[in-house]
Design a protein around this ligand. Structure first.
Ligand SMILES: C[S@@+](CC[C@H](N)C(=O)[O-])C[C@H]1O[C@@H](n2cnc3c(N)ncnc32)[C@H](O)[C@@H]1O
Length: 357
């Protein structure tokens, strides 16, 4: 990691400006969202280097001249737009806000899932509980509620979750199937994306998905739609309950974007239970995004921001970890890391673990 290791090279004058950007960050965020939602950035983009005046914009908008005016003027201040005489032209940051699917996925997730609940960050930090989750529903953690979220919120949550893992899955399939696993246990397999990708890649493999009942219902429906119910099965559990059994007889246990949903104590307990059912030759593959393993600072920013969602909304006690934290828990559970591969998909790391001899 080549960043975060020295003071920023920035003048006091510029640093003071950066501090004001943070002070007004929620306002900037909502302005950006509305510029997208009301198609203002799109219209300005279409007008090219000539740009668009407020009256041009108003002809095609449900918004008044006044409403458009406050949005585009703040757009200038945020560096999304610049002026050509009286006309507003799209600048480079505006271009990426409009066209980059990662920015849109993160923005929709932040707005739909996190925005209201983040008001409770202060209480969540003090209490170790996701006090902002009440903005979405009445659950202990977000996971039992996932299948019951209102449509738009659910869509944004799943898009965010899948966006990152989907990019990694494609690169991983050939790597994972080199070992010719016959029975994969996908722990926290969610709606079955990885399970279905595995059954498509290898026509003999069977996959058991361990997850909460709500997610499994959808996963099995997806397996039925793909015609692979004979090779995909559901193992309903709550992994926070240490008395519940752990799926046995897998030759490859798979945990993708899963352990970050738990505190360090909970992770150790889950890994120890996995160890109890693993055999000498079985493997545990952990796929995570660690903030210290990101090749670019933008990646570390996104990963660290996601931690705060866990604090205020998801469960109050988990986060996106530093790789050293997870490596230590893996060792304490009785496993060693046989292979440690960075830069998979969008900044994922794969840890292939085996039982310590
Ligand atoms: C962030 S999603 C990861 C989904 C998928 N593995 C991926 O890579 O996209 C975490 C999954 O863990 C499951 N999960 C969270 N808490 C759980 C619990 N206590 N018991 C069982 N599954 C749980 C959630 O339901 C969800 O499907």
């Amino acid at each position: 990691m080549s960043f975060y290791r020295s003071p920023l090279s920035i003048s006091a004058f510029d640093a003071k400006f950066e501090a004001q950007k943070i002070a007004f960050a929620p306002i900037s965020f909502q302005v950006a969202r509305c510029l997208l939602k009301f198609d203002v950035l799109h219209q300005i983009s279409e007008s090219g280097a000539d740009g668009c005046s407020i009256s041009d914009l108003a002809k095609q908008s449900v918004l008044s001249d006044y409403a458009l005016g406050v949005l585009v003027d703040m757009g200038l201040s945020m560096g999304l737009l610049y002026l050509n005489e009286e006309a507003y032209v799209l600048d480079k940051i505006g271009h990426f806000l409009l066209h980059d699917d990662m920015a849109q996925t993160n923005l929709n997730f932040t707005h739909d899932v996190c925005y209201q609940g983040l008001f409770e960050l202060e209480a969540s930090l003090l209490e170790g509980k996701p006090k902002g989750l009440a903005s979405l529903g009445d659950w202990h953690t977000i996971y039992p509620g996932l299948s019951q979220l209102p449509d738009q919120i659910k869509k944004s949550w799943f898009k965010f979750d899948h966006y990152y893992s989907d990019h990694a899955f494609e690169a991983l399939l050939p790597l994972i199937f080199k070992a010719q696993p016959k029975h994969i246990v996908d722990v926290g397999g969610n709606t079955g994306k990885w399970a279905l990708a595995c059954t498509k890649f290898d026509h003999e493999v069977v996959v058991t998905i361990m997850d909460l009942p709500g997610q499994l219902k959808e996963a099995m429906q997806n397996a039925a739609n793909c015609g692979v119910v004979d090779r995909v099965s559901a193992f309903a559990t709550d992994l926070l309950d240490e008395t519940k059994p752990f799926c046995e007889a897998g030759d490859l246990y798979w945990m993708s974007q899963f352990l970050d949903c738990f505190s360090e104590t909970e992770i150790l307990s889950i890994l120890k239970r996995a160890v109890l059912v693993m055999e000498k030759d079985s493997e545990l593959c952990i796929l995570e995004t660690f903030w210290d393993r990101q090749p670019f600072e933008a990646g570390a920013f996104c990963v660290n921001a996601t931690s705060v969602y866990f604090t205020a909304i998801a469960n109050g006690n988990s986060r996106m970890y530093h790789s050293k934290t997870l490596l230590s828990l893996i060792s304490q559970a009785g496993l060693f890391v046989d292979e440690d591969i960075d830069n998979i998909g969008l900044g994922h790391t794969l840890l292939r673990c085996k039982l310590k001899p």
